[in-house]
Every structure is written in structure tokens, then in C-alpha cells.
Design a protein around this ligand. Structure first.
Ligand SMILES: Cc1cc2nc3c(=O)[nH]c(=O)nc-3n(C[C@H](O)[C@H](O)[C@H](O)COP(=O)(O)OP(=O)(O)OC[C@H]3O[C@@H](n4cnc5c(N)ncnc54)[C@H](O)[C@@H]3O)c2cc1C
Ligand code: SF4
Length: 326
């Protein structure tokens, strides 16, 4: 399990980082950004899609700002949990990620851009060779996908990061930068339904920060997570529910998002809107939870069976709504 050799670049600011990326791209060289390295380096050790060049963001101080409306990509998960500026539901989701040691290195940007996972793929090189590889890391063999067999054009590996659903419900905008300029979009539009490309980032482009609207403090809610071991496991399913109250029994606004179920996090606008349109307290919550169960399409590539994960989405949604019904 030796990490393959790579050349490491440590730019001191964003301008330098983007210039390095531009130079490598012009030279036709493949590279990865590295933030905390808590996901990238284990993958490199297992020889999973390692690149010959790696650009570290560790010294890019412009990416570390944290305030109620701005979360820098290099903000460490531990600092996000502990900060007085962090929305309580976001802090809860961040606190559920991995272990305290990993959270001290792992970052917000790395979590949002986390590689998708699959038990045919997150394995040692010898193990993957023993099954003749798979499409996502086929080592030049043209191997098929092991989950959806007889094809090598689609990867359905699962997005298992915890922050995205809460940030989507808070109305976060994601901000990107590349040697060609900057762009922004709602976080819900950042992800791409493909286990390999994962998101809209172009080669040489990085996440600089997320911004939250001024009303994010008015949202209440909860994040519920299913995992094998509470100590540090990835979500087998995760549900964020956020709502605004206006004094009455019916919430003034409602948003629901999920993770750990497909190649991208899900933002369940239709289900939330239809619950609000015909609000009837607990009954509406049950109907919404059932609609979300039906909407998600997990496949057999994480530890729990897809049918169990779907059943649990319903349970997690109801649990996450408990505070709204009090
Ligand atoms: C034992 C263990 C348990 C874990 N449990 C969980 C869990 O429960 N929930 C969870 O969500 N995660 C979990 N993780 C995964 C990981 O630790 C976290 O998601 C962490 O937030 C990743 O951040 P990082 O800075 O270490 O990312 P890195 O490993 O540095 O990078 C991850 C990916 O993001 C890209 N990247 C990083 N920063 C940027 C940027 N600014 N712009 C563009 N691309 C970027 C990298 O190129 C790479 O592809 C676990 C990991 C381990 C080892
Ligand atoms: S979903 Fe298929 S192609 Fe993707 S990692 Fe799993 S086995 Fe490989």
C-alpha cells in the first residue's frame, strides 16, 4: 500500500494556485487539488486514480474565512463545528463526520467535493485486480461496472458526504475559481449525476467558498444520519429537514435534502412543497417521508441493502421533522 510518487505544489495564495493549475493544464498534465487529504490520500494509497501532480491548498489563507454568511473551502470541519457562527444544524452534520482527528484535518471544500464511494472500488489494488477492476478505475482494461453490469459508460457510485444536504436546505451558493475566471451557482446545481465526474468542476477549477443568505439564521431543523458505527462511518443515508415557523402550527417554509443514496445529494423540493400545500401536521410529514422514500434510488454498493436504506429514509425524515410538530 505504498503511495505512488507525485509532485507536490504548495502555492501561497489563490492567484499562485490558479497559475500552477493553468501551467499544468497547458502542459497537458493531470493533477488533483488536496485540502485535508483525508479522502484523497487513502485513495492514492490504494492506487485509485492517483495523478502525477497534486496542488495543496493548505497555505492558501484566502480560503479559510468563516462568518455567518461565508464558509471558506479550507475551513476545517472541527472549526466549523466549534464556531459560534455556524448554524446549529450544519454544526450537527459536521460533528457527525468521521472522527475528531479526521475533522481536524478534513475541510468543507473537501467534504463538498468528496469522491463518490462504492464497495467494488474503495478497496486495495490487489482486491480490485482480483475482480478484474471496474469501470471507475479500470487500469486500462475497459472493465464494466460491477453494480450495473454489461456496460462501461455509467458509474453509479454513491455520494456519502454529510454537509451538502444541510447547506442546500440553508440556500447555500457555491463559488468557484479557475485560471479563466470565477463563477457561482446554487449548491443544488453543483452536483452532476455521474459517479465519475460528480460535479460541474472543470479541470483546474476549485471551490473557493460557500455563501449563505441573510435569512439562514431564521431556519430551524435537524439532520439525521444512518451509519454502521456511530464512531466514524460515512452516511448510508442522511436527511436534512429545515423549516421556518411563523407562530402558527403550519411551517412558513420547508426544505428537505438527502445524502448517501445516489451519486449526488437529493434536494426534494416537490415533496416539501406538496406537504406544505395541504398541511395537516403529522399526516403531512408521514406523506412527505413516504414520497421521499419512493423518490430515492439507492443501488447495492454500500454496506446496507438498498431496500433498508430506502425504508430508513422514511424513518429519518420523520425523526428530522419531530421538532417541527412540537
Ligand atoms: C475513516 C473515515 C471516515 C469518514 N467518515 C465520513 C463521514 O462520516 N462523513 C463524511 O462526509 N465524510 C467522511 N469521511 C471523508 C472525509 O474525511 C471528509 O469528507 C472530509 O471532509 C474530506 O475533506 P478533505 O479536506 O480531507 O478532502 P481531501 O481528501 O483533501 O479532498 C477530497 C476531494 O475533494 C477535492 N477537493 C478538496 N478541496 C477542494 C477545493 N477547494 N476545490 C475543489 N476540489 C477540492 C480533492 O481533489 C479530492 O478529490 C471519512 C473519511 C475517513 C478516512
Ligand atoms: S458503481 Fe460501478 S463503475 Fe462505479 S465504482 Fe462501483 S462498480 Fe465501479
Amino acid at each position: 500500500m505504498r503511495t505512488p510518487p507525485f509532485e507536490l505544489y504548495t502555492p501561497k495564495n489563490l492567484e499562485e494556485a490558479l497559475a500552477t493549475a493553468g501551467e499544468l493544464a497547458d502542459a497537458g498534465q493531470d493533477f488533483d487539488w488536496i485540502a485535508g487529504g483525508t479522502d484523497l490520500l487513502p485513495n492514492y494509497k490504494w492506487h485509485i486514480n492517483a495523478k502525477p501532480h497534486v496542488i495543496s491548498l493548505a497555505k492558501v489563507s484566502e480560503l479559510t474565512e468563516l462568518n455567518p454568511n461565508h464558509i471558506g473551502a479550507m475551513v476545517r470541519l472541527h472549526d466549523l463545528v466549534k464556531s459560534e457562527h455556524t448554524h446549529p444544524v450544519l454544526a450537527k452534520a459536521a460533528d457527525s463526520i468521521a472522527s475528531v482527528l479526521i475533522r481536524r484535518s478534513g475541510t468543507v471544500g473537501g467534504n463538498i467535493c468528496l469522491d463518490t464511494r462504492c464497495y467494488w472500488f474503495n478497496q486495495t489494488e490487489q482486491w480490485r485486480e482480483s475482480i478484474d477492476w471496474c469501470y471507475k478505475c479500470d487500469c486500462g482494461t475497459g472493465a464494466d461496472c460491477r453494480v450495473i453490469p454489461n456496460q462501461n459508460t455509467l458509474c453509479v457510485a454513491t455520494y456519502q458526504a454529510d454537509l451538502a444536504p444541510v447547506l442546500m436546505c440553508l440556500g447555500a451558493t457555491i463559488h468557484l475559481a479557475s485560471p479563466d475566471g470565477k463563477r457561482s451557482m446554487p449548491l443544488s446545481e453543483f452536483f452532476q449525476l455521474d459517479g465519475m465526474t460528480r460535479n460541474v468542476l472543470q479541470p483546474g477549477e476549485l471551490v473557493t467558498h460557500l455563501s449563505l443568505p441573510d435569512d439562514s439564521g431564521e431556519w430551524q431543523g435537524d439532520y439525521q444520519k444512518l451509519r454502521q458505527r456511530e464512531s466514524w462511518d460515512f452516511p448510508e443515508a442522511g436527511v436534512a429537514v429545515l423549516w421556518k415557523q411563523n407562530g402558527g402550527a403550519k411551517p412558513a417554509a420547508l426544505r428537505v435534502a438527502t445524502t448517501g443514496l445516489e451519486s449526488i445529494p437529493g434536494f426534494h423540493t416537490e415533496e416539501a412543497e406538496s406537504a406544505l400545500a395541504d398541511w395537516n401536521g403529522k399526516e403531512s410529514v408521514n406523506a412527505m417521508a413516504e414520497a421521499i422514500r419512493k423518490a430515492v434510488k439507492p443501488v447495492q454498493n454500500t454496506w446496507y441493502a438498498p431496500s433498508y436504506r430506502r425504508k430508513m429514509v422514511k424513518v429519518l425524515t420523520r425523526r428530522a421533522c419531530a421538532g417541527m410538530l412540537r
